[in-house]
Unconditional design. Structure first.
Length: 258
């Protein structure tokens, strides 16, 4: 091999390595220690869905904000989360449950955000047709209970209690059913313009008994983003039924665990 060929080969190798680094999701790294956490709820819920997690984070000294996600459109939900993030006084971890993962994937590119935590959540790539992706996995039985009125959806009581809130005690599940927020049918097809998990460290809690989002889809998403992953023996609402473990994962992302 001539000197010119050696130089060309080395240059090609460097270019390939650089391109590969750009195409690879953010690697798991030692988390930045932060004091702020912003929580984003998903569809058919409101901010109270974090009520079991919040006191655990506050007890660890974190400043916690739960976004009241309007669920009227992806744009409206992104705007609400950006407003909450703007009010934080420094580095912040963004956390989302379920459909809220779409929101933090978009908002998480903000310089304040040090990490992303997905709890049984969507994690779309930029511009991705997530509906098409999810159809590659068997649908959960909760979907059969979706009821639409005037462009907004709710889950039937039977589907909510049996499949959405499986693993949650009956009385708590009934309260969560009562406060479920109407969700615009159009938001599920909304597409992000960014996927923050490409550049920010990510954590993912898979719900092994999830009847709303297929657990194998959750595993696929966690692997794709190279997330630090835990598997919980819980249904879709692990943030209620396994609040201690969900809080522990958030604390780890916030650098609160040695």
């Amino acid at each position: 091999m001539t000197k010119l060929q050696i130089v060309a080969a080395l240059a090609a190798s460097v270019f390939a390595g650089s391109f590969g680094a750009l195409a690879t999701p953010a690697q798991a790294a030692a988390p930045v220690k932060v004091k702020n956490v912003v929580l984003v709820h998903g569809a058919w819920a409101d901010g109270s869905s974090w009520s079991e997690v919040i006191p655990r984070l506050q007890a660890a000294g974190l400043h916690v904000t739960a976004v009241q996600n309007p669920l009227t459109s992806l744009e409206d939900s992104v705007a609400a989360t950006r407003r909450a993030l703007a009010q934080q006084d420094g580095p912040t971890v963004l956390v989302a449950h379920s459909w809220g993962g779409t929101v933090i994937s978009e908002v998480g590119t903000d310089p304040k955000v040090t990490g992303l935590v997905y709890i049984a959540a969507r994690a779309p790539d930029a511009g991705e047709d997530f509906v098409a992706l999810s159809q590659k996995f068997p649908a959960g039985p909760a979907r059969a209970g979706v009821q639409e009125h005037d462009g907004f959806t709710k889950l039937s009581e039977d589907a909510f209690l049996k499949y959405f809130a499986n693993g949650v005690d009956r009385k708590t599940a009934e309260v969560l059913y009562a406060v479920q927020w109407p969700t615009a049918a159009s938001i599920f097809a909304g597409r992000t313009t960014a996927a923050a998990w490409h550049s920010k460290p990510s954590w993912y809690a898979v719900s092994k008994q999830d009847y709303t989002i297929n657990p194998d889809l959750e595993r696929f998403l966690a692997k794709r983003m190279n997330a630090t992953t835990v598997e919980l023996d819980a249904g879709h609402l692990s943030l209620v039924s396994q609040a201690d473990k969900v809080a522990d994962l958030i604390l780890a992302a916030a650098g609160q665990h040695e």
